[in-house]
Design a protein around this ligand. Structure first.
Ligand code: SF4
Ligand code: SF4
Length: 151
């Protein structure tokens, strides 16, 4: 049995925990707040440290020093934070859904995350390249947030 099937998130080693990330980059997009409703909307603007092509953090060990609002996911907060995508491997496991077929640990290929539209690869703008006046135009709802299960 695979480790993610026999262990809870709390029981995983640091290496197992890190291996669960599908590398989609979705949690590293800037969130915008609707002034009227207070709702958080995910934008297509990426954190200054996110590589837009590999979707990896370019300074993972120092991320919280450089980006103070970078959230360190835990077995507890992954279900409490509303903007963590429903596709996120941690959220899925915490909610008892298991890993999706397109997760690299299941498919054996990181490209499947891109193929189903879950990865933000090549679809984002760098935070420091976006004019503050244009932020509103970058509020996207990522219509393909939840990929069809049959893909
Ligand atoms: S949303 Fe989840 S699976 Fe995707 S990059 Fe963030 S932590 Fe990893
Ligand atoms: S600092 Fe790194 S891990 Fe944190 S949001 Fe930015 S790119 Fe993502």
């Amino acid at each position: 049995m695979a480790f993610w099937e026999e262990k809870t998130l709390d029981q995983m080693t640091p290496a197992e925990w890190e291996a669960l990330c599908d590398g989609c980059g979705r949690c590293c997009l800037i969130k915008l707040e609707d002034e009227d409703t207070g709702t958080l909307i995910t934008s297509d603007v990426r954190c200054q440290l996110l590589d837009g092509d590999t979707c990896g953090c370019t300074d993972y060990p120092n991320r919280q020093k450089k980006v103070p609002d970078c959230i360190k996911l835990t077995p507890q907060n992954v279900v409490e934070i509303k903007w963590i995508p429903t596709t996120c491997a941690y959220r899925r496991l915490a909610e008892g859904k298991g890993l999706a077929w397109w997760h690299p640990l299941i498919s054996g290929d990181p490209q499947t995350v891109v193929d189903v539209g879950v990865s933000v690869k090549g679809r984002t703008f760098l935070e420091t390249d976006v004019d503050p006046d244009e932020w509103e135009e970058h509020a996207v709802d990522w219509p393909e947030w939840e990929p069809p299960e049959h893909l």
